[in-house]
Design a protein around this ligand. Structure first.
Ligand code: ADP
Length: 167
């Protein structure tokens, strides 16, 4: 598997699947979630609504992942995963690792060969960049998957530098 880090906007990536750092409502939000819905158009939210009505009445649990269409994006699928909110009093690393593992499992189910990840939980959810990057890189390296092109697409300099060190 090839793992690369890129600086920039994940919505511009030409890959089979773009991972969204969603919230459990699947109804959109700020940060990368908002950017993906804006660029992908309403077809993504339509499928998210269907998922809420069928499989995830109480929302997508933290650490899990589910795919929808990518709408107008230059990708076939968006894989939505819900990162944990960072906590100083509780170690939630296993849940953050699960986001990467489960996203790759869903990618395998879809037959996606290339996947772009944002830094899950490293924005509004407050996870320190250094730790978020180490967990992301280590988990992807350890995961047995048929995905052969994993790209971490980082939106800001601090997070990019943390991923560089983690790599
Ligand atoms: P979370 O709620 O999981 O923390 P955020 O979207 O707030 O999710 O932040 C996750 C990371 O995504 C942050 O590092 C943020 O800078 C980054 N981000 C925001 N917009 C984009 C984008 N268009 N492409 C890639 N990364 C983005």
């Amino acid at each position: 598997m090839g793992i690369s880090i890129l600086r920039g906007d994940i919505t511009k990536q030409a890959v089979d699947a773009i991972v969204n750092a969603a919230n459990s409502s699947l109804m959109g939000g700020g940060g990368v979630d908002g950017a993906i819905h804006r660029a992908g158009g309403p077809a993504i939210l339509d499928e998210c609504r269907d998922l809420r009505a069928s499989r995830y009445g109480r929302g997508l649990p933290t650490g899990q992942a589910v795919a929808t269409t990518a709408g107008n994006l230059n990708a076939r699928w968006v894989i939505h995963t819900v990162g944990p909110v960072y906590s100083e009093s509780e170690d939630r690393s296993a849940l953050l690792a699960s986001c990467y593992r489960e996203s790759l499992r869903v990618a395998d189910e879809l037959g996606a060969a290339s996947v772009a990840f944002p830094a899950v939980s490293a924005g509004v959810y407050g996870w320190p960049a250094e730790s978020a990057a180490r967990i992301a890189v280590a988990t992807v390296r350890e995961t047995d998957t048929r995905v052969d092109d994993v790209r971490f697409v980082l939106f800001n300099d601090e997070v990019y530098a943390a991923f560089e060190r983690a790599m």
